[in-house]
Design a protein around this ligand. Structure first.
Ligand SMILES: *[C@@H]1O[C@H](CO)[C@@H](O)[C@H](O)[C@H]1NC(C)=O
Ligand SMILES: *[C@@H]1O[C@H](CO)[C@@H](O)[C@H](O)[C@H]1NC(C)=O
Ligand SMILES: *[C@@H]1O[C@H](CO)[C@@H](O)[C@H](O)[C@H]1NC(C)=O
Length: 368
């Protein structure tokens, strides 16, 4: 007993010094964009101030937090948050970041790109967000329209509590990232806005999108070629085009997707629910795809595999090990289950192998 008390006493005297020493390497320094010259008046271009704050934090040691304060509107024409960074980076996004109207746009392919940054956390605290002012772009349906947020080669990414709205094209692109959790993301664009995918994932692995709400004019989530271990859990989608694997095989290329888990998701008045789409002329596969515990409200094509039929080009993208489990709700069309696998589109079920149990409608056309 004696020895025990001695130990406690010594520890409490020594620990204050130890704390300081231990924390030194992971000290969190704050880089407030206002102190780097951002105006936050919704009109001045704050891009340079954001870049300066980012670079200062990025090259420091320990942990750096870029602070974008609440209650302000930061207009930026282009942001390129590039690593690798010496510091572990955080972005505390409490204010609003807004795009300029179309005429003042400078962004090229992406308005905000985050590249080669590992271990980044972006937290919107439920108040902060990005608005792409897309309405000035949507009217030009055939224009090349920039995307909004682009994560490229970012491993160990966390994005949470964020609102992202009105993108000229897709909202969030995730490319060549390994390990990302995106949660409590609220994406909002009108149902008639063209090509406004919520999330576009490509050449990435171990990506989890959860507890999020996506309203858009295109796919809520599109899982594109080169993706493996992609999950969507407790996502509410609609309006929009559903959660889609593909399109795979565009322009005759070989593309692969595997291990996709869509769990406890809800589709409200979407044109599709669970969709797998391949394009004739391409090759590759989509396999180990599971849609589990899905709630549907007035969905046009709740379950759809679409290997677009073409007289001249066969599809060599193989779709296999697809599971649909626990679908409940209402279909807005007569064909609730539509499995068109490389056959004539007049058939609703051809070359589709598998078993169907307790489904409404009954699917008698599946092959063993
Ligand atoms: C961002 O900056 C990096 C380095 O300067 C550059 O390689 C990259 O192309 C830029 N990305 C965009 C989208 O401007
Ligand atoms: C995705 O879900 C599967 C099945 O539930 C699980 O094994 C895997 O760890 C999950 N991956 C991620 C990145 O959440
Ligand atoms: C999915 O929903 C079921 C039933 O509502 C619930 O029991 C389960 O915990 C949920 N799982 C996840 C990972 O959200």
């Amino acid at each position: 007993m004696q020895g025990f008390f001695t130990y406690i006493l010594i520890f409490s005297f020594v620990s204050p010094c130890q704390c300081i020493r231990l924390n030194f390497g992971t000290e969190n320094a704050f880089y407030n964009v206002i102190l780097f010259g951002a105006r936050g008046d919704g009109r001045s271009d704050d891009s340079q101030a954001f870049a300066n704050a980012w670079h200062s934090g990025c090259k420091a040691g320990g942990m750096s937090t870029l602070v974008i304060p609440a209650g302000r509107l930061f207009m930026v024409t282009k942001i390129n948050f590039t690593g690798p960074c010496k510091a572990k980076m955080n972005i505390q996004l409490q204010g609003q970041i807004v795009a300029p109207p179309k005429v003042a746009w400078k962004a090229g392919n992406y308005w905000i790109s985050v590249e080669y940054v590992n271990g980044l956390t972006i937290d919107g605290n439920g108040k902060g967000g990005f608005d792409g002012d897309g309405s000035t772009w949507w009217e030009c349906r055939n224009c090349y329209r920039p995307r909004m947020l682009f994560f490229h080669a970012c491993n160990g990414l966390t994005v949470r509590n964020l609102r992202i709205s009105n993108s000229p094209a897709s909202h969030v692109a995730i490319n060549m990232c390994n390990g990302a959790t995106l949660s409590h993301i609220f994406i909002h664009s009108p149902s008639n806005s063209p090509n406004t995918d919520g999330f576009d994932i490509s050449y990435s692995s171990n990506i989890l999108i959860q507890d999020s709400n996506i309203k858009s004019g295109d796919d809520c989530i599109a899982v594109n070629g080169g993706s493996i271990f992609i999950n969507a859990t407790r996502v509410i989608c609609g309006p929009g085009h559903g959660i889609s694997v593909g399109s795979l095989g565009r322009n005759g290329v070989r593309e692969t997707v595997s291990n996709v888990h869509v769990l406890n998701c809800t589709f409200i008045r979407t044109s599709n629910g669970a969709r797998i789409k391949t394009i004739p002329g391409g090759s590759g596969y989509a396999k180990q795809i599971t849609f589990d515990q899905i709630i549907l409200e007035n969905v046009m094509n709740p379950i759809i595999i679409d290997q677009e039929y073409s007289l001249t080009r066969a599809t060599n993208v193989q779709v296999s090990f697809v599971t649909y489990r626990g679908f409940r709700g209402t279909s807005a069309s007569d064909v609730a289950i539509n499995l068109v696998c490389g056959g004539k589109t007049s058939s609703t079920c051809r070359n589709a192998h598998g078993t169907a149990r307790n489904t409404i409608p009954y699917v008698p056309c599946l092959l063993k």
